[in-house]
Design a protein around this ligand. Structure first.
Ligand code: 5GP
Length: 183
């Protein structure tokens, strides 16, 4: 695979740049309304949430703080392992604060459910979740997601922060990979 030929690896574009950006603008407007008069800390989960954090936060015209966590739940394959470990913790103390977790995708929700209970144990004023993408499996978890960009079918997607073996995060679209890329 030649690094300069990223587009050739794509099977189908699921969401265009326009789809993503206009939905993020709507979500940002909702967030501004909901958190009016309250301080807000956006918590991104590395590395997938980098793009959505950059774009969503810039759709907001209010003050926010941004912090990051890195947890591991996936290897370089396409299945969730359900095993979560903190690779990088927050810099901020979230006691008494309103926290909005910004996610790229929720699949089984295993990672998120673990993350949310971890954050709740730190005594924040509130913890809510915002995700760009949600897969059907996520509906089976007890995690309540306040802001959802798009419900997508149950196939493995890349782009807009999402990787396959650390590649494709820099695509501006969300797409499925051509089958030959998995082999
Ligand atoms: P969950 O624990 O919800 O099953 O998985 C969460 C994590 O799995 C996401 O943050 C993401 O890193 C990874 N993941 C889940 N589905 C996909 C997918 O379709 N594509 C990619 N690239 N990663 C995914």
């Amino acid at each position: 695979m030649e690094p300069q030929h990223v587009d050739a690896d794509i099977e189908k574009v699921i969401l265009t740049e326009d789809d993503i950006q206009s939905r993020l603008a709507e979500m940002a407007a909702e967030i501004e309304r909901d958190y009016e008069g309250r301080e807000l800390l956006l918590v991104g989960v590395l590395k997938g949430a980098v793009m959505v954090m950059a774009d969503l936060s810039r759709h907001l015209s209010r003050h926010v703080e941004i912090d990051w966590m890195d947890v591991s739940s996936y290897g370089s394959g396409t299945r969730s392992s359900g095993v979560v470990r903190i690779i990088k913790d927050l810099d901020a103390d979230i006691t008494g604060r309103h926290v909005l977790v910004v996610e790229d995708i929720i699949d089984t929700g295993l990672t998120l459910s673990w993350l949310i209970s971890n954050l709740r144990s730190r005594g924040p004023a509130s913890v809510e979740i915002c995700t760009v993408l949600r897969k059907p499996e996520a509906a089976k978890t007890d995690v309540d997601v306040k802001y959802v960009g798009f419900d997508i079918p149950n196939s493995f997607v890349v782009g807009y922060g999402l990787d396959f073996a650390e590649r494709y995060r820099n695509l501006r679209v969300v797409a499925t990979l051509a089958p030959h890329m998995y082999t």
